[in-house]
Design a protein around this ligand. Structure first.
Ligand code: ZN
Length: 392
């Protein structure tokens, strides 16, 4: 075997992963009537207790538990959190058996295999290896299996109120790269108001849908002339697009109302105040050019982007550990999708994502490469001992 000594039990980690995939943990906020995390939380809690972690299952909301395992250190070291979400997106549209983990050509197939039961298995296997090594840590190791990441992240939101860590690694799929930045997003409702009137009376009617057309043109200009020209080295450009539109009453009547929903993806350095300023300027310019334009907007939901310096201790430790295990320098990468890392980071904990190789998160076919789960586990085992420190 290449690299430093390890106590990772490879076959045990694969069995654990299969056990996780077999349990349906579809998020009930996404799919009505889905089972959620109760059963998988019990399975994980049992595993944590089995390896000797101080384990607690906590209901964040009814039927929506977190599981937090603590390996108490001897003191004098840093606290590291390993974090993974237990929930998955829906399974109805899958082209493989979502709950029967089949391994073929080194790939384990099933819902959640890559997003992110593979990462969760790696985290748990790493914690077990640390215990099995018999070498006590100085700092605390916190292993958090959280609920609801795929919807509103109530799990990690609760976790940060209760647990402080000096750094966190979230086991989302990164192809064994170290993810140090990702985009955020804002959802915006825009409304235009017109005047309802008989379709034969253009002097009375004001067409709210046509007015919204001007907003749409403005959004396209913003996208092409401004946002696409900004660039972040790891996550690329910010963007804005229309998502849904409703308006009008009937064929023979001027529409008095139109509603547009828009999504704006933000890069590190941007926040909701930038989005607010863009919307304000757009609607003001439309009003200035057209006295009959009457529109307003509301930013309804915001998740900020995140960026952690590659010089943070957790980044340096991960880089060195990955290099020692695999023989190659891992890349520092950025991601488009928002993650729980941002919640931890916003609470003052440097957080990165690091996880296995695979394809098909949220897709009809999903798999994780089994060897990469074991590699991730070996790397996280090293990260835990190095970041928390070991007693002499
Ligand atoms: Zn995920």
């Amino acid at each position: 075997m290449v690299g430093p000594e390890t106590h990772i039990d490879g076959p045990g980690a694969v069995e654990l992963l299969k056990g996780l995939v077999r349990i349906n943990s579809v998020n009930p906020s996404l799919v009505e009537g889905a089972p959620g995390e109760v059963e998988i939380a019990e399975y994980i809690a049992e595993y944590m207790r089995g390896i000797g972690l101080e384990t607690r299952v906590e209901e964040v909301e009814r039927g929506r538990p977190n599981v937090v395992g603590l390996l108490k250190g001897m003191g004098g070291g840093h606290t590291l959190m390993l974090n993974g979400h237990m929930d998955t997106v829906g399974i109805d549209y899958m082209e493989i058996d979502p709950l029967d983990p089949v391994v073929r050509d080194g790939r384990l197939y099933g819902r959640g295999a890559i997003d992110m039961k593979g990462g969760l298995a790696a985290i748990l296997a790493a914690a077990k290896a640390v215990v099995d090594s018999g070498v006590p840590l100085r700092g605390d190791l916190v292993v958090a299996a959280v609920c609801d990441e795929e919807y509103a992240s109530i799990g990690t939101e609760r976790l940060v109120e209760e647990v402080r860590a000096d750094a966190a690694v979230v086991g989302e799929p990164t192809g064994l790269g170290v993810l140090v930045a990702h985009k955020g997003f804002a959802w915006i409702d825009i409304e235009t108001r017109g005047v309802a009137a008989h379709g034969s009376m253009p002097e009375k009617g004001v067409d709210a849908i046509a007015k919204m057309g001007k907003v749409l043109v403005g959004i396209e200009e913003l996208q092409e002339a401004v946002l696409q020209r900004r660039k972040h080295s790891l996550v690329g450009s910010p963007s804005i697009h229309a998502s849904t539109i409703q308006g009008g009453r009937e064929l023979s009547t001027y529409p008095d109302h139109c509603k547009l929903q828009v999504e704006r993806r933000m890069i590190p350095g941007e926040d909701a105040s930038d989005v607010d300023a863009e919307m304000k300027a757009l609607l003001a310019s439309l009003k200035e050019a057209d006295q009959k334009f009457d529109g307003s907007y509301w930013i309804t939901f915001v998740r900020d982007p995140m960026e952690v310096s590659p010089d943070e201790e957790i980044c340096r430790t991960l880089r060195q550990s990955a290099l020692d295990v695999t023989g190659t320098e891992p890349s520092f990468v950025g991601g488009g999708g928002w993650m729980d890392t941002q919640i931890l980071w916003a609470h003052g904990t440097p957080a990165v994502a690091f996880g296995p190789v695979g394809e098909g998160p949220h897709a009809a076919v999903e798999y994780v490469e089994v060897d990469s789960v074991i590699e991730a586990a070996r790397i996280l085992e090293l990260v835990a001992t190095r970041f928390c420190g070991t007693a002499p």
